[in-house]
Design a protein around this ligand. Structure first.
Ligand code: NAD
Length: 265
């Protein structure tokens, strides 16, 4: 159902972003892949998106902590695309108590997890409005809805992303029509998802209980995710696809938890 559409997925060389890029490609969109990694990792991600069914896929290089690099990427994308769908998925984590959080880490985390989405949105939304269809899906987190200790920049960035998405949802609520699909801006808020991002936290839990990786996973889930199950990246991608449907034109400014009941408590 996305034939003829173009999608940018930031942070799609790994984890959730890669699964979203594959899902959008499988639905027929041309996909702009973005993210860090070796030439081999980037090449493998682009190949995986093509293999999933994308009519075309290309890597758009940009370190998202650099606003000028984002502007350059969006200018190149405007020629290849322009983007009908922007999924801001790039994100990093660093855990430490607030008094021990390095200030450079704070700045970098806010730049990648929050400011980068501001830049892609400000550059992509006007074109979406002009064409009558657009989807921005920001991959926030349960940590955009509730806090946990030792994650000050991460929680601040994700709460910021949820708030900024509501503002953009309002600003573009009147764009397009039911027939064109309108322009919507939403957040998806996952709990624990099985990706490389959370491996250091699993390892820390495993060490704390003196067990193996499975014990670390159990410990992590037991604390806050009542389902006791992690999500898989492809399951997060399914919700993103649903938001991209024309029929979802009235679903905007929302923050959708996929957290096994974490934020229901
Ligand atoms: P991941 O580490 O597998 O992937 C992160 C991606 O972001 C990679 O492609 C990486 O290259 C890219 N990236 C990092 N810094 C970048 C930069 N400066 N410029 C460009 N790209 C950069 O992580 P993931 O678990 O797939 O996380 C994806 C998103 O989902 C993040 O925003 C994360 O906060 C969010 N999230 C993850 C979980 C989880 O449990 N894994 C839960 C909730 C939210």
């Amino acid at each position: 159902f996305l034939e003829g559409r173009v999608a940018l997925v930031t942070g799609s060389t790994s984890g959730i972003g890669l699964a979203i890029a594959q899902g959008l490609g499988a639905a027929g969109a041309r996909v702009a892949v973005n993210g860090l990694g070796s030439a081999a990792q980037v090449g493998a991600a682009v190949d995986a998106v093509r293999l999933a069914g994308a009519p075309d896929a290309r890597h758009f290089d940009a370190d998202l902590s650099d606003a000028a690099a984002i502007e350059k990427m969006m200018a190149a994308l405007a020629e290849w695309g322009p983007a009908d769908i922007v999924v801001n998925c790039a994100g990093v984590q660093h855990t430490a108590p607030i008094a021990e959080m390095p200030t450079a880490t704070w700045d970098k985390l806010i730049a990648i997890n929050l400011s980068a989405a501001f830049h892609t949105m400000r550059l992509a939304l006007p074109g979406m409005a002009a064409r009558g269809y657009g989807r921005v899906v920001n991959i926030a987190s349960v940590h955009g809805l509730v806090a946990s200790v030792n994650k000050s920049p991460y929680v601040a960035s994700k709460f910021g992303l949820v708030g900024m998405s509501k503002v953009a949802g309002l600003e573009y609520a009147g764009a397009g029509s039911r027939d064109t699909g309108g322009v919507t801006v939403n957040c998806v808020c996952p709990g624990w998802v099985e990706t490389p991002l959370i491996e250091p936290q699993i390892a820390a839990r495993a060490e704390a209980v003196g067990g193996d990786r499975d014990a670390g996973v159990r410990e992590l889930l037991r604390e806050k995710q009542p389902s006791g199950r992690m999500s898989l990246p492809a399951e997060i991608a399914d919700t993103v696809l649903w938001l991209c449907r024309r029929q979802s034109h009235n679903l905007t400014g929302a923050a959708i938890p996929i957290d096994g009941g974490w934020t229901a408590q």
